[in-house]
Structure formats: C-alpha cells, structure tokens
Design a protein around this ligand. Structure first.
Ligand code: PEP
Length: 254
C-alpha cells in the first residue's frame, strides 16, 4: 500500500511555546499506526530543531521544513538550505505551496531546482500543486495541474520521482473553509496518477502518494481520505488544533 500521510502545515502561526505544547498534546495520544502511515509536521524554520528533538525516536512521525532554497549555500540572506535541514536531521520539505507561488512568485522551473536539491540531499519533497478558482471555473484544472507536474517533476528519473510526495491543493479551497468534494478530489487525483502513469508507467503511478489539501478537518477527513486516489492530507488551519489533527491522523486509511 502507498504511504498514507497526515501532514500539518503550521504556516506562520504559533509561538515556539505554543508549537511545543501542540506537539506534546498530539504526541501524547495513542495511535495505532500501520506500517504505511506517517504523520508530518511542517513547522516554521526557527522551530525545526526543537520540533525535531520532540519527535526523536517517535515512530512514524517526521518534522518537515515549509520551504528551502535552490542553492547549496552562499550569500542568500534569510534563506534556508537543504544542507542546513539535513544537519538538523530533517527528512521532508514542503515545496511549491500555493502561498509560496503567489506571494513569492515561485515558478514551476524554480521549484524543479528545489526538488532536485532536496532529492540530492535525500530530503523528501512534499510537492504542492493546484489550480486557482478561475481555472476551476473554466474547467481546465486537469491540464493546469498536469503542467505543474510536468514542469517541476517530469525531468526526474523513475527512482527519483518515486521519492516525491505530491499534495494536490485547489487554491480556492485553502483556508477558505470551502473543501473540494471527495468526488472532485478523487477525480483530479486519479487523473494526475494517469498522467504520471503515461510518463513513468503504472507501477510508478501506483506507488506515489498523492495527498489532498484544502480545508480538511476532523469532520470531513475520513470521507476525503477514503477515496482510492487520496493518500491522506496536507492540513493548514485544522492542524493548529490538537483534537482536530488527532482526528485527522485517525482518519488515515488503514
Ligand atoms: C494548506 O495550508 O496547505 C492548507 C490546505 O490549508 P487549510 O487546511 O487551512 O485549507
């Protein structure tokens, strides 16, 4: 079975003390993880070391960075390199979140470089893709999202793309309280798997986890995650509330 992942994206929220408390609350609960289930917390950069220390030795739980730069090191004030992440023991990084694309003008090409450097340092990219409302209304979301994959991921060889996790996040559903229906999520995620299959073969497409993101919460997670091509979720707002995220973890496919 593919990895089933509940990934929290804290964005630019919480103080260190609040974040540590949230982790303590969520990690104090008992989960019956199956071998293919994982929980990821994408925390703000200044909290990476503290969060990493909290999950040390905890099976199935990982800390992720919310971003990294596409250069190894150098005069890039304010940026975070993958080598820095590796030195902290961080194994995942969220790349191409729609907020990064929109507010920081991250292009598909720039993201391709970030994917490459993350993989070079054996860090799993959680690669975000998804269409704005205007594209959904025009009915061209499949082509739009396929292009994001093609331009940022399809230069990878088979062994490399197998290390990527994809998060499909329709922008109109992020932080809006407006969730895609489980049928809408399934339809486009099945399509993305077909696109991957036509480039790399069915065995590769069947192995890559595709998460859904966009107003996932305790009350809708089970229904969304039950879709055959949805392998868990990338969760913003609801990941800041311990009871909500605990329920989301428990909604992962067994
Ligand atoms: C996100 O930040 O990726 C996200 C999906 O946010 P929210 O769950 O708040 O819509």
């Amino acid at each position: 079975m593919r990895k089933q992942i509940a990934a929290a994206n804290w964005k630019m929220n919480l103080t260190l003390q609040q974040g540590e408390q949230l982790l303590d609350d969520i990690l104090s609960k008992h989960y019956q993880f199956t071998s293919h289930q994982q929980v990821v917390f994408a925390v703000p950069s200044p909290y990476l070391a503290a969060a990493q220390a909290k999950v040390k030795g905890v099976q199935h739980v990982f800390i992720a960075a919310q971003n990294c730069y596409n250069k190894k090191s150098g005069a890039y004030t304010g940026e975070v390199s993958v080598e820095m992440l590796t030195s902290l023991g961080i194994e995942c990084v969220v790349l191409g979140h729609s907020e990064r694309r929109e507010y920081f003008a991250e292009s598909n090409k720039f993201l391709a470089d970030k994917v490459d450097i993350a993989l070079e340092y054996r860090i799993t990219p959680i690669f975000c893709c998804g269409e704005p409302l205007s594209i959904r209304e025009a009915g061209t979301q499949n082509e739009y999202v396929a292009k994001q994959l093609e331009e940022s991921l399809f230069h990878l060889d088979e062994a490399s793309i197998l290390k990527v996790v994809i998060a499909y996040e329709p922008i109109w559903a992020i932080g809006t309280g407006k969730t895609a229906t489980s049928a809408q999520a399934q339809e486009i995620q099945a399509y993305l798997r077909e696109v991957i299959a036509s480039k790399y073969g069915q065995h590769v497409a069947d192995s890559i986890s595709i998460l859904y993101g966009g107003s996932v919460k305790a009350s809708n997670a089970k229904e969304i995650f039950s879709q055959p091509d949805v392998d868990g979720g990338l969760v913003g707002g609801a990941s800041l509330i311990a009871t909500e995220f605990e329920a989301i973890i428990n909604a992962l496919k067994q």
